[in-house]
Design a protein around this ligand. Sequence first.
Ligand SMILES: Nc1ncnc2c1ncn2[C@@H]1O[C@H](COP(=O)(O)OP(=O)(O)OP(=O)(O)O)[C@@H](O)[C@H]1O
Ligand SMILES: [Mg+2]
Length: 222
Amino acid sequence: MIRLQQVSKIYSLGHVEVPALDRVTLAVEPGEFVALVGPSGCGKSTLLNLMAGIDRPTSGEVWLERERLDCLSDERLARLRRTQIGIVYQFFNLLPTLTAKENVALPLLLDGRRRGEVEQRVERGLQRVGLTRRAEHWPHELSGGEQQRVAIARAIVAGPRVVLADEPTGNLDSVAGGAVLDLLEELHREQGQTIVLATHSPEAVKRAGRVVHLRDGRLEEF
Ligand SMILES: Nc1ncnc2c1ncn2[C@@H]1O[C@H](COP(=O)(O)OP(=O)(O)OP(=O)(O)O)[C@@H](O)[C@H]1O
Ligand SMILES: [Mg+2]
């Protein structure tokens, strides 16, 4: 599903070079639920951003099925992110001026889908995360856990091939975090959704089928 081949990422800050990933080779199979763990600064977010096509590697190859992301144009990558890749962030990243429903609809509208399809998918998405009754609420009227569930609905609304989550429970208490993990686990179990989740939470690691350890930008083998 996702394949990284000898991927390195070096950030350049003026004259200083910050190595974030060092020749990482990793394959995620369709339907896998992978937890990405390691100390702060080890490169987890960098790795997810490369898988999401948000960032490009300094060297190496990033594949999503048959497409080589590091070679695609910005436009193709943006389209891919609207349709094939669902992304969930620690701080939810909902747009404050849109309702829950409008936030979920956004990737579909940007993708030019018809209104009927958008409405149907948004309804199903909000239903899936148990927030049908919150559809018309603004983000500031929702709890952190609810905001994250809206963000998950937005991530899955287009039926993506993979869901990438960067510390999705990092800003939630254990109950709300548990509900978010339950949801991700259900998507994995019931729909065979491929999930890669970066986390510091032992509770989240327990849900994963495989744990990948990063340290100083390198994969640790066990
Ligand atoms: N945009 C950037 N510019 C420069 N350096 C960066 C940038 N993003 C990340 N880095 C550096 O790359 C390294 C890896 O960072 P990354 O954010 O991937 O770590 P992380 O494992 O996600 O950490 P955390 O657990 O704290 O989120 C760090 O040394 C970080 O300082
Ligand atoms: Mg991070």
